[in-house]
Design a protein around this ligand. Structure first.
Ligand code: ATP
Ligand code: MG
Length: 390
């Protein structure tokens, strides 16, 4: 029966969080892998074991692990029973030897971890014995620093596991460990990366998109649906709220000076998102803002926008450069969708010279002329909900 072993960072987990983490992690792996027949996910001391069927492709398991936050590394594993008191390492040596023809390498090392200190040999002893045997039968030398092949041996639960190709997992905290947040998703490059970052820290993310219908086509909305679908792979279920924003923008345009309009739009978005978040029982609002990137993201304008919501605004990309954000969006696979042409609602009615330093008093004065509550109520009333499942 094939296995996979998944490791997480134990040091980062303190006190009660540890049990909570493990439970969530195991549960999420089970849910992610549920389409594979006969799959078992169990918590061993310090690691998670996945047992799958011979006819399940490793790729399917691998993809599931890669999309489950919490794992720092993982590998396909082989297992043999082992006697703690009089351990004979020969069967282990032979089993490793049998799998080596599938590997191409010039140098190797053995790295042993005893998950159970009752095992009567030390890790160093196991490394030496197994290493010497493999060196002899393959004729290949041990190299401790940067070997081509690192063979990990793990002794746990009266079983010796070994793995050959350890790979990095996505890291982070399991979905749901950090509650729920609402992300303002625009269809651009930044906000999907911001959502990903929050998911990685254990948040469930609900999405809100403000669209320009009826003044604009559905393009931005279609992109946002695609992006949400893509990100749903990590949390398995997502909710996307689509809020009509064209009429709200039109009213702002009719009644307020062009340079401060962008900030007024953002404040309206925050009012609506804040209410949706309350209904979702979310604890924060997430944006893709990065300091100084565009006029709405200067220190002054960020403050004027931050004044609005009851919930904190989380800006996971605030200290990142556009190049760094773009690279990350390529890594997570949202870039291609993000760069498709569209007409974002904000391209509608964009003033030519936006004010980069809006003052609170000017903004407050401009808003006195607007029927804010009506605009919020109408926006909320006409909001559509779309659900996604993986
Ligand atoms: P992005 O690449 O995420 O679109 P951007 O560089 O285009 O960001 P802005 O257009 O100023 O920057 O938007 C800043 C943030 O405001 C976005 O990252 C997003 O969180 C939010 N936002 C902007 N427009 C919308 C929209 N139409 N619907 C939902 N959120 C939006
Ligand atoms: Mg944008």
């Amino acid at each position: 029966m094939p296995y996979a072993l998944v490791h997480y960072h134990e040091l980062a987990l303190k006190g009660r969080n540890r049990g909570f983490f493990e439970k969530r992690f195991v549960q999420h792996l089970r849910n992610t892998l549920r389409h594979n027949k006969g799959i078992r996910v169990e918590s061993l001391p310090g690691r998670i074991r996945i047992t799958y069927q011979d006819d399940t492709p490793w790729d399917a398991i691998q993809e599931g692990i890669r999309h489950t936050f919490g794992g720092v590394n993982f590998a396909q594993a082989y297992a043999l029973p082992i006697d703690y008191d009089s351990p004979d390492l020969m069967p282990l040596c032979k089993a490793i030897e049998d799998t080596l023809p599938t590997q191409s390498f010039q140098t190797f090392r053995v790295t042993t971890k005893r998950g159970d200190k009752r095992f009567s040999k030390t890790s160093v002893e196991v490394n030496r014995e197994v290493g010497a045997y493999l060196c002899e039968v393959t004729g290949k030398p041990v190299r401790l620093k940067a070997p081509d092949l690192n063979i990990f041996v793990e002794i746990v639960d009266h079983t010796a596991y070994f793995t050959l190709n350890r790979q990095p997992g996505p890291g982070g905290l399991p979905t749901g460990m950090s509650g729920k947040v609402v992300c303002l998703l625009s269809g651009g490059i930044d906000s999907p990366v911001a959502a990903y970052r929050m998911m990685k820290r254990g948040c469930k993310v609900t999405f809100v998109h403000f669209h320009g219908r009826p003044y604009l086509s559905r393009a931005s909305e279609e992109k946002v649906r695609d992006l949400t679908k893509h990100l749903t792979r990590y949390q398995l279920y997502s909710r996307l709220f689509l809020v009509p924003f064209g009429d709200i923008q039109r009213q702002i345009v009719l009644d307020s000076p062009p340079p401060i309009r962008i900030v007024l739009y953002r404040r309206m978005m925050m009012r609506i998102a804040d209410q949706l978040a309350a209904k979702e029982q979310a604890w924060g609002l997430v944006t893709g803002d990065s300091l100084g990137q565009v006029a709405s993201q200067t220190p002054e304008n960020l403050q004027v926008v931050s004044e609005i919501p009851r919930l904190p605004i989380l800006r996971p990309l605030i200290g990142m450069d556009k190049i760094e954000i773009t690279n990350e969006s390529q890594q997570i696979g949202t870039y291609e969708t993000s760069i498709e042409p569209d007409e974002d609602c904000c391209t509608l009615f964009v003033p030519p010279h936006p004010n980069t330093r809006c003052r609170f008093q000017d903004i407050h004065k401009a808003e006195e002329r607007l029927a804010i509550q009506d605009m919020v109520d109408t926006g909320l009333k006409n909001t559509e909900l779309v659900e996604f499942s993986f």
